[in-house]
Design a protein around this ligand. Sequence first.
Ligand SMILES: *[C@@H]1O[C@H](CO)[C@@H](O)[C@H](O)[C@H]1NC(C)=O
Ligand SMILES: *[C@@H]1O[C@H](CO)[C@@H](O)[C@H](O)[C@H]1NC(C)=O
Ligand SMILES: *[C@@H]1O[C@H](CO)[C@@H](O)[C@H](O)[C@H]1NC(C)=O
Ligand SMILES: *[C@@H]1O[C@H](CO)[C@@H](O)[C@H](O)[C@H]1NC(C)=O
Ligand SMILES: *[C@@H]1O[C@H](CO)[C@@H](O)[C@H](O)[C@H]1NC(C)=O
Ligand SMILES: *[C@@H]1O[C@H](CO)[C@@H](O)[C@H](O)[C@H]1NC(C)=O
Ligand SMILES: *[C@@H]1O[C@H](CO)[C@@H](O)[C@H](O)[C@H]1NC(C)=O
Length: 781
Amino acid sequence: MISKVVFQSAVLAASISFITAASASPQAKISNAKPEAIVIPSAVRGPVPVVQTVSAEINNVAVNSNTSAITSNVTTPAAVVAATTVKSTVLILARDTASSYSGYSGLNGYAIPYQVVVVPQAGVTLPNLNSSATSGNYGAIVILSEVSYDYGGTLGFQSALTSAQLATLYQYQNTFGVRMVRLDVFPSADSGTTALGDCCGDGVEQLLSISDTTKFPTSGLKTGAGVSTQGLYHYPATITNSSIATEFIQFAPAAGFSTTSTAGVINNIGGRQQMVFFIGFATDWSATSNLLQHAWIHWATRGLYTGFRRVNLNTQVDDMFLESDIYSPNGTTFQITPADLAQHVTWMATVNAKLNAGSNYFVEVGHNGNGNIEVIDFDWIGYSKNTHVTLGFHCWHLECGSGPIEYGDQIDTPLEFQKPLGTGTNLWPANALLYPYTTVCTNLDALKIWWATPANRDVFAHVSHTFTHEDENNATYYDVTREISWNAAWLSQVGIASASKFSPKGIIPPAITGLHNGDALRAWKDNGIVNVVGDNTRPALLNTQNEHWPLITTVTANGYDGIQITPRWATNIYYNCNLPDCTVLEWINTSAGKGDWYALLAVEKNTNTRHLLGLHHDPFMFHQANLNYQTASETVINGVSTKYSMLQAWVETVVQEMIRVVNWPIISLKHDDVSNLRLPLHGHILTPRPQIATAFASRMARDACGASLAFNVDPTAQTITGVTLTTTGNTCSTTIPVTVPGAVTSTQGFRTEQIGSDPLTIWVQMSGLPVTFTLSTPISL
Ligand SMILES: *[C@@H]1O[C@H](CO)[C@@H](O)[C@H](O)[C@H]1NC(C)=O
Ligand SMILES: *[C@@H]1O[C@H](CO)[C@@H](O)[C@H](O)[C@H]1NC(C)=O
Ligand SMILES: *[C@@H]1O[C@H](CO)[C@@H](O)[C@H](O)[C@H]1NC(C)=O
Ligand SMILES: *[C@@H]1O[C@H](CO)[C@@H](O)[C@H](O)[C@H]1NC(C)=O
Ligand SMILES: *[C@@H]1O[C@H](CO)[C@@H](O)[C@H](O)[C@H]1NC(C)=O
Ligand SMILES: *[C@@H]1O[C@H](CO)[C@@H](O)[C@H](O)[C@H]1NC(C)=O
Ligand SMILES: *[C@@H]1O[C@H](CO)[C@@H](O)[C@H](O)[C@H]1NC(C)=O
């Protein structure tokens, strides 16, 4: 009993000395977290070749252009649909593989089947568009930049598709009821338009907005929201033939263009339908292109596809309970307080209140339990120095075992160092066997008390970030086993493992280390960890076949098979910063950043809305220091000045932009769910949810099933009446999504999902036969 009283009074005394004790600390803390967050994400794909513009006089307007107008003089046959079945695969015609990305990346985000055909300057043979007079092979056709090349002289830019090939494509469209999309086209009479000029020079902005979504209502795009066209060369136009052209996107006035102008039209030319964009696409860097792609995807598919659209916003906060050495001012440290965290609880509710219907945003936290014990260690040092050492020592020894785990600074290995199995030196003490700490011990930390309170805890999601944050590249099996098992024991003891959103099968690896250390991976697996997050700035941690797939470790590359690495984005909010001045300085010093906090947020807005609009589900990396609210200043976002932590300012910047341009729900998933496909509970669940593998892994699994959708066409009524889904062998280990623009006559007992203003998605479990759905309202062709 007496030890308990002394113990508690010691806490008070020691809490006063904590700050000074911390800065004088000889302990390693998280100094080994260096590589995280420094590098700007780089595309894995090759760069798109630049096609130089040539100047020309077109329709009496002097312009510079590197695309062509639609080839004129192509005979368009009458539109009489004769098809009975049309595969939904999208045919993409592009100049080269690199630029074809702007045609397929959005489809890949949905997992809509597509096929790229590269058309070189010398031309190409078209694939077989139909396999019989009534059976079509492609559900839509996309042409980038008219696949045009500069043939020189008076020819200038011309399509590498011959007039005869275009006539074949048009004939196919009309016989099979298929729509065509033409990206980056010069306006001309063939699209019912004429060009007003070309735009824009470097640094000149001309905003673009969607002016009419009535022909693609399932896109969920908002009209009238201006988005940047900087770096996207374009040709403002006017409509000269309104009998064939309807505007759907518009340019705002800009230097040289005093009025609004047309940015794209939907043509109906004798029944043949095409959507034409007078602007280039660059989905690899432009948020605007990633937004606009949903217009053509929904128009071309008529909102009827095998595939799925979801925005998952997952903000992971690493290093909870650790203290971070701050980049600037150099020599300072920062640790989050309950007051900072409490404000984030309030704030999350305000975010959810402003998000679109069906949304559910929450922050996920990666915990390091040793930080909880370290607080007590400082208390103990302070106490033992000043009072009865013997009694104090005895007391702490009982409640906190041998104290926190401490070791000297670790030497950084090369980033992708592959440890020879069985090598390395144990840093953990040889006597560190069973988790030794008592609840009395963990309760000495106000931060722990806050997190253990269910009303706080259950607002967030939680995952392990390992016990001490030991660098795992060169770590031993002995150490890593303890890093996982002690943190698991701590998470259980403090109650975080009982949170409503906890991920027991995952970790955030410390500084994303250990991923080529077979001993570490084996220790993870032996302790129930099967999925971790990676770092998208490191190509070795990305799946090179498909950016929507996770990387599964192999013995060759990683030293151990079968651990799933889910991709994760870095941001320019650095792990070792608690205030904007710090992260701006680090951005400038390490990542070629230019400008102030607002310039940084503008970069974050473009980069990360691009990822979300590209339907990437990768979580985003943050750290505990980024949640500093108490000493934060106000940030102005969309004209409103509010006191925000850096995480809050980042999230507000990104989600306010998202809800400005789309009406989709934004949904957070916890760590295991990003990996494990467990969809949120909002959907209509008609059948018990199947046991499915991971969201990333099941995406990879279902892509391997070769899903193919066919439109069932009634040639008499000229309508699509339904769809038939097939997969290889008509089996699949996971469910396949079929999205429809309205309702179907029967969902056949499959699980369905329809959140907020989303269209209906049916998750089909294949069982040996094709599955057909009949649309409640047929779609007119
Ligand atoms: C066309 O030229 C413009 C202006 O130079 C450039 O910005 C754009 O990237 C070029 N397009 C392609 C596909 O190279
Ligand atoms: C249109 O096609 C016809 C027949 O192929 C040809 O004689 C004529 O010159 C073409 N006109 C243009 C403007 O290309
Ligand atoms: C494709 O459809 C056209 C009619 O548009 C028909 O003439 C042609 O024979 C069909 N091709 C095949 C391979 O059946
Ligand atoms: C509009 O386009 C249609 C179809 O190409 C054409 O028949 C008609 O003459 C055009 N009208 C004008 C005013 O150019
Ligand atoms: C930060 O301080 C440490 C020692 O306190 C020193 O070694 C380091 O050079 C300083 N860094 C900068 C950028 O001033
Ligand atoms: C890994 O650890 C071993 C043993 O402690 C050491 O000899 C080696 O230099 C370390 N390798 C790296 C790359 O740090
Ligand atoms: C950042 O760069 C500035 C200017 O080059 C330099 O003075 C400063 O020491 C750097 N700060 C840190 C923390 O490295």
